[in-house]
Design a protein around this ligand. Structure first.
Ligand code: FES
Ligand code: FES
Length: 204
């Protein structure tokens, strides 16, 4: 006697058929497709151990072996002996760590070193030309725009980024351009005065 085909008369209710009848298979396939696509296009994972990272800082190539989780601030301060940029909050709130990456000011405490490979990184360490201060550094000195000086490297880099984009900012534009930086000593009015006094900053 031939074996009875249960699927032909609708008696067979396996797991897949059950899910299909309830629409769950379609839903699962809809979800799975983009997940698979994302997995295919995701960049290869690196770390967690040390990996080679090549940075271009102040026009100089720096090769490091660091974990992918190392921030730009830590990479430069602790591995490249570039200690001009300061760690204030270490969480993107104070601006003491500000550097310029491809012309934009960034919080280096919140930027991974590995992310900025191939970009032009500028830190306060490379701003002066030998014994000659950058015009913004000179203006901060001339206007006495610092007290303890801890925020100063970040303010100077943020000011350079601002002036390179807009060489003649209004007082309002200066305030807005520097609103990511905090001075706990309260030297804001002198900082704004210093930035206003700078003329002729060229694109770096
Ligand atoms: S140390 Fe980076 S924003 Fe404060
Ligand atoms: S000069 Fe002291 S925090 Fe700004």
């Amino acid at each position: 006697m031939a074996k009875k085909d249960e699927s032909s008369d609708g008696l067979r209710l396996n797991r897949r058929n059950f899910l299909r009848t309830t629409g769950v298979v379609g839903l699962a396939e809809t979800i799975a497709a983009p997940v698979e696509l994302a997995a295919q296009s995701a960049p290869a994972a690196v770390g967690p151990g040390d990996v080679p990272v090549r940075l271009n800082v102040n026009g100089r190539q720096i090769d490091l072996m660091i974990e992918p989780r190392v921030t730009l601030l830590d990479a430069l301060r602790t591995r490249a002996n570039l200690t001009g940029s300061k760690r204030g909050c270490d969480r993107g709130a104070c601006g003491a760590c500000t550097m310029i990456v491809d012309g934009r000011s960034v919080y280096s405490c919140s930027t991974l070193a590995i992310e900025v490979q191939g970009k032009q990184i500028r830190s306060v360490d490379g701003l002066a030309g030998g014994d000659r201060l950058h015009p913004v550094q000179q203006a901060f000195c001339d206007k006495d725009a610092l007290m303890c000086g801890f925020c100063t490297p970040g303010f100077i880099m943020a000011s350079v980024a601002l002036l390179e984009k807009n060489p003649n900012p209004t007082p309002e534009q200066i305030k807005k351009g520097l609103d990511g930086n905090i001075c706990r000593c309260g030297t804001f009015s002198r900082i704004f005065e210093a930035v206003s006094s700078v003329k002729g900053v060229q694109r770096g």
